[in-house]
Design a protein around this ligand. Structure first.
Ligand SMILES: [Zn+2]
Length: 316
């Protein structure tokens, strides 16, 4: 277990982090999910002992004409008072990645620093921290997940994890890569950190024991799952599926949305307008579905992308 606790909590109440006015027309439909959960994203009461949160949010999703886009650079949605999800504006970066901030009693973690070098992300995140030290880590080292590092480097109370495997292992106490899990204690809030290379060599997943959120970066999200190393990815997803089956999972949250709300249909890569996009959240069943599909496909990657209702397996 690694503890990231430089300073004791001051007891300052965390700002709840109001998202401001979300885009009109809240859409909490759950296309193709079929996991039977209430559509506001909450687990049934008393189902798990997990701290609940809400995914009842309409994400900003770009514009047909980005010159007329009036959305902010960053949309903030607070899942609960200590769990925050931020999305970048698709008109600033078509990747429009999601960034996660988890705040414990003594410190906070931010997963990914976004796809731009603008300071808007730091401006949005700082008030969520209640003055606690922040560890900036990355789901993986691709540019759209690390581009904002420079705006956090050198800031008071901020540590940015390096992008090498050694740096990631050291930050989370992962003894043997990739088979050992690591942990990070934010103060009464322990995260499990799993090495899941395959999309990218230093890719990790983070499981928050407090909320049951499983953060899967680019390895699993409602979109095109680009797989650089097929054999490694298959092994990683098998390990992730095993983990997900053994832990209560509230939601599986990745770093992008690229699917439409229509099963098996994704937006063209690079689009800056997704007016009818899939919800962000997937479920533990999707991890099992992905693992089973990879097992069935076998050791040789398919020549063509394999669309599923809520994601597309896309070997490169
Ligand atoms: Zn990536």
């Amino acid at each position: 277990m690694r503890t990231f606790a430089i300073a004791l909590a001051t007891g300052a109440a965390l700002a709840a982090g109001c998202a401001g006015s979300p885009p009109a027309g809240t859409d909490d439909a759950s296309p193709g999910g079929g996991d039977g959960r209430p559509t506001d994203g909450r687990l049934p009461d008393g189902a798990s002992g997990l701290e609940p949160g809400s995914l009842n949010v309409s994400w900003m999703h770009g514009s047909q004409n980005c010159n007329q886009n009036a959305d902010p650079a960053i949309q903030l949605h607070s899942y609960n008072a200590t769990t925050h999800i931020l999305r970048q504006n698709k008109c600033n970066t078509f990747e429009a990645p999601f960034v996660y901030v988890l705040v414990g009693a003594t410190s906070a973690l931010m997963l990914d620093s976004g796809a731009t070098q603008a300071t808007a992300l730091r401006t949005a995140v700082t008030p969520l921290l209640g003055g606690k030290p922040l560890l900036v880590a990355h789901s993986h080292a691709h540019g759209d997940h690390v581009a904002g590092d420079g705006t956090f480097n050198g800031q008071p109370g901020v540590t940015v994890v390096g992008r090498t495997r050694a740096a990631v292992q050291a930050a989370f106490g992962i003894a043997t890569w990739p088979t050992d899990a690591g942990t990070l204690d934010l103060g009464g809030r322990v995260l499990d950190v799993l090495a899941i290379p395959g999309h990218e060599a230093q890719h990790i997943a983070i499981y928050d024991r407090q909320t049951g959120l499983l953060l899967t970066g680019d390895s699993l999200y409602p979109g095109l799952l680009f797989i650089n190393d097929w054999a490694t990815y298959r092994t990683s997803m098998a390990r992730l599926a095993q983990f997900a089956a053994a832990h209560p999972i509230a939601h599986v949250l990745g770093a992008h949305i690229e699917m439409t709300a229509t099963p098996k249909v994704n937006y063209p890569y690079g689009t800056t307008f997704q007016p009818n996009e899939h919800v962000l959240q997937l479920a533990a069943a999707h991890v099992a579905e992905l693992d089973a599909a990879l097992t069935a496909l076998g050791p040789t990657p398919p020549a063509q992308p394999v669309p599923h209702d809520d994601f597309v397996i896309d070997p490169r």
